[in-house]
Design a protein around this ligand. Structure first.
Ligand code: ZN
Ligand code: ZN
Length: 408
């Protein structure tokens, strides 16, 4: 269980490898209200590491659910200025922040989906300035998860001890079962870095995904794209890891150079709604056709959010032998599920996946093929039989994945 010493180890790991909290720096922790002990552990460890101040922002999804049920859509679209200011304050005051994501995947399934998405879109728009800064690494941040009861029950519906089961799964994925978790992460991060360097050296024009379930997709890469792995550098030069656990190496697709069809490999859980068995077809970067066995309306709303949600903003590679993939657990949580398999994202691309992208203007990024949107939604396409091939400008092919695993 992630309690006691394991919880202190967890908090220290996230503060050191994740946000890399510096002496004298402020920290914000966003935490589900039912996990007070986790916020307490982060607060204590952060102060011990020399934090100037620790702010905790509580999340209560039951309050959110009631608000979605009773408040009008107009009210839900109104994002208070103080909320936006409180986020921008983090940037002004050079805070780092840890978000603890532990949502019950179906908490909002009984409330009108259009209310949830109206609120989400309004928030994304209101926080555009902040999220632009976050995505350009203007602030160090890290997303992690801890088991909550309702989430655990969804993941292990037949278990007598769902919280314990989810807790032990998360421990393994977080390498907290290693003798020295900090060292295990250092080694893992180095392997990812080596592969990213190889991909950057090859300068592929596109990567080709193919499997037996019907994915046959050529993803053109943005000009001056940069394959990035776990460890990134923030604007202030201090390194951090934005997601723990993380297994991915990712870069920017070219928004106009994606052709073919993908088949989803896992369900996508978005704001408490599940989309499953979906297929998307692209032509010159744009989505021209899509279908879903379940959650078609949610998929449609996502794709039609703005012009940018009709194109790709991320392509990420993950082998099938990562601890998360090996667990074979569907977590209904993007942090884990996106690290179980190769994935793509529709919507905003990361400026950090373009060489020196943080220094470029929006127009310059666009000219290189980077997509922009208020949204960024990851979904899985990696299956155990997936092949991925890198193809350079002269047509030379380099196998990257055979049968779902790295061959480099
Ligand atoms: Zn990703
Ligand atoms: Zn993503």
């Amino acid at each position: 269980m992630i309690t006691g010493k394991t919880l202190s180890d967890f908090a220290r790991l996230v503060l050191k490898i994740g946000v890399n909290l510096q002496n004298g720096q402020g920290l914000e922790v966003v935490c589900p209200v039912e996990k007070r002990e986790v916020a307490h552990a982060f607060t204590e460890q952060a102060y011990k590491m020399g934090a100037k101040i620790v702010n905790v922002r509580w999340n209560d999804e039951i309050v959110d659910k009631l608000t979605y049920s009773y408040a009008s859509i107009e009210t839900l679209k109104d994002v208070p200025k103080w909320f936006v200011d409180s986020k921008n304050y983090l940037v002004e005051k050079d805070f780092c922040y840890v978000a603890i994501s532990a949502e019950d995947p179906s908490v909002f399934s009984d409330v009108p989906a259009e209310k949830v998405s109206a609120r989400a879109i309004a928030k994304s728009k209101a926080l555009k300035k902040f999220s632009d800064i976050v995505m350009a690494n203007g602030i160090r941040w890290c997303v992690v998860s801890v088991p909550t009861e309702n989430w655990a029950k969804q993941v292990f519906p037949n278990s007598q001890t769902p919280v314990e089961d989810l807790s032990s799964a998360i421990e393994k994925c977080m390498r907290l079962d290693a003798q020295n978790p900090l060292q295990a992460w250092e080694e893992h991060v180095s392997t990812l870095q080596r592969r990213a360097e190889f991909l950057n050296y090859k300068r592929f024009s596109y990567v080709h995904f193919k499997n037996h379930s019907g994915t046959d997709l050529k993803v053109g890469l943005a000009d001056d794209h940069l394959w990035t792995s776990a460890r990134e550098k923030a604007k202030d030069g201090v390194s951090f890891v934005a997601n723990l656990p993380t297994e991915e190496i990712f870069t920017a697709p070219h928004k106009d150079r994606v052709d073919g069809t993908l088949k989803s490999a896992m369900p996508l859980c978005e704001n408490g709604n599940i989309i499953d068995g979906f297929s998307i077809t692209f032509k010159q970067g744009k989505i021209v056709k899509y279908s879903a066995e379940r959650g078609y309306d949610t998929l449609k709303r996502l794709i039609e959010t703005d012009a940018g949600t009709r194109r790709l903003g991320e392509v990420a590679l993950i082998g099938k032998n990562s601890p998360i993939a090996k667990s074979k657990i569907l977590f209904y949580n993007t942090l884990f599920d996106e690290n179980a398999s190769c994935h793509l994202a529709i919507g905003k691309g990361y400026p950090t996946t373009i060489i020196e992208g943080e220094k470029l203007s929006k127009q310059q990024l666009k000219d290189k093929g980077l997509n922009d949107s208020v949204e960024h939604i990851d979904f899985m396409i990696g299956t155990p039989d997936l092949t991925v091939t890198g193809i350079d400008k002269d047509g030379n092919e380099t196998p990257l994945f055979i049968d779902g695993e790295w061959v480099i």
